[in-house]
Ligand binder design. Structure first.
Ligand code: CTP
Length: 409
């Protein structure tokens, strides 16, 4: 039995990056031998085991054949005869298809090291097409390593294009897709993920609502970059530069979907795009079964981002409605995330990246003013039930009027 380190651990060590997960491949062993050594099997018919102490994954060298559509459609062939080279050739990218023994001797039959130096994400073999998730993986790696100068090799992009056209992407489960999407959004250059998906026509399969934004103009006075797709990518880039959370990044990606629905005659205006976009945001949320906090924030940012930008001009009653919609009294963090997304939206515009955003502090101040209304004195006055609710609202409105006056004084 020979054991090698494979995949990301080898790649990242060669790149000088920190290695977190280590995957191992075992050549020349049987399932029975692994069990006898105390390894725990991961699944019934899956030749992967967990190390009894470290918990790291050890996979028997295997060849994989696709026998049907979707993720279930795999048959594995693992046997002691499968060589290391046969195992490596079925992997996604050359830079992920290197192995290392315990002396750090590299096995690199598909020239991963050469591609690391050339900064190329290149598929190993036609077996790439056996797992359509790899289209998303390559786009994610492109986002992660963009700062190092990596790009997708033209022949790999072509293969990704064929996969996108084949209908295979539709067979991915929401869970697998979301895992890639959410990881990609948390990379330093998440906009590259979207760009690569667009370049191989996967974006129009996975998120046609986002794809539709490219080529849609906006008024140059507010949007010097003009194109709504370009704007969306810049907003995402700003969100990453400002180290925003996944929820904020997801909301940034989806905030302007409504602009894709505007009839051309109305361009570059997008009247009521905030409201029109909600059904699209909902559809994308549900398609990938995004976590509830991501779904909620995306819908709220979609509906209210223009309110955020106009915060200083809003009437106290409109401010109050905004705060109520966010339930800012019980969910202050969610309102903070809304403010962050609005700020990223304001900065994700050509030449305006460094602008100040006084709306942020103004909105925070308004939330504090509304929250400072005490309920106890109203209870003491005898208000209860719906009347109490109305009384609290009146007091909050008063507080917001005073706040607005003080702020504009
Ligand atoms: N792999 C693959 N195709 C997939 C998933 C994984 O070929 N759809 C192979 C690659 O060789 C990859 C290895 O399995 O390097 C381990 O996969 P994983 O742990 O998902 O990714 P890493 O490459 O380790 O990358 P990350 O740093 O993103 O975890």
């Amino acid at each position: 039995m020979r054991i090698y380190k494979v995949g990301g651990a080898v790649r990242d060590r060669l790149l000088g990056k920190p290695v977190t997960d280590i995957d191992w491949v075992v050549v020349g062993a049987t399932t029975e031998e692994m069990l006898a050594k105390g390894f725990r099997p991961v699944g019934a018919d899956f030749p992967v085991f967990l190390h009894p102490k470290s918990g790291e994954e050890y996979a028997l060298a295997r060849t994989e054949r696709k026998s049907g559509r979707g993720y279930g459609g795999f048959t594995f062939h693992a046997s002691p005869e499968v060589t290391l080279e046969e195992d490596l050739i079925r992997r996604d990218l050359t830079i992920n298809a290197m192995a290392e023994d315990d002396q750090q001797n590299l096995t690199d039959p598909y020239h991963g090291q050469r591609d690391l130096e050339a900064r190329l994400l290149r598929h190993v073999s036609p077996a790439f097409a056996e797992d359509p998730l790899r289209v998303l993986r390559v786009a994610r790696f492109a986002a992660r390593y963009a700062a190092l100068g990596f790009t997708v090799a033209p022949e790999t992009l072509e293969l990704m294009r064929q996969l996108s056209a084949s209908g295979e992407l539709e067979a991915l489960t929401p869970e697998r897709s979301w895992k890639e999407i959410s990881r990609a959004l948390m990379e330093d250059q998440p906009q590259v993920f979207i760009e690569v998906l667009r370049a191989c026509d996967a974006l129009k399969v996975l998120m046609p609502e986002v794809d539709a934004l490219f080529g849609v103009p906006q008024p140059p006075a507010h949007h010097p970059e003009i194109d709504t797709g370009v704007h969306t990518l810049s907003v995402l880039q700003q969100a990453a530069m400002h180290k925003q959370s996944l929820t904020v990044r997801w909301a940034c990606l989806l905030h302007d979907l409504g602009k894709g629905l505007t009839p051309e005659e109305e361009w570059p205006q997008h009247i009521a795009h905030e409201f029109k976009g909600l059904k699209l945001i909902k559809a994308v949320n549900e398609r990938f079964k995004a976590p509830r906090d991501c779904q909620e924030l995306a819908l709220l940012v979609g509906e209210y981002h223009t309110h955020g930008h106009r915060a200083l001009e809003l009437k106290p009653s409109t401010l109050l409605e905004l705060l109520q919609s966010f339930d800012v009294y019980r969910r202050p963090q969610r309102f903070e995330e809304f403010i962050a997304a609005c700020e990223m939206d304001a900065r994700g515009r050509k030449g305006l990246e460094e602008r100040s955003y006084p709306q942020a502090d103004y909105l925070r101040g308004a939330a504090t003013a509304a929250r400072s209304v005490a309920v106890q004195p109203l209870l003491e006055k005898g208000f209860k039930g719906p009347e109490l609710g109305e009384a609290i609202k009146r007091e909050r409105l008063k507080a917001l009027k005073a706040y607005k006056e003080a702020a504009s004084a």
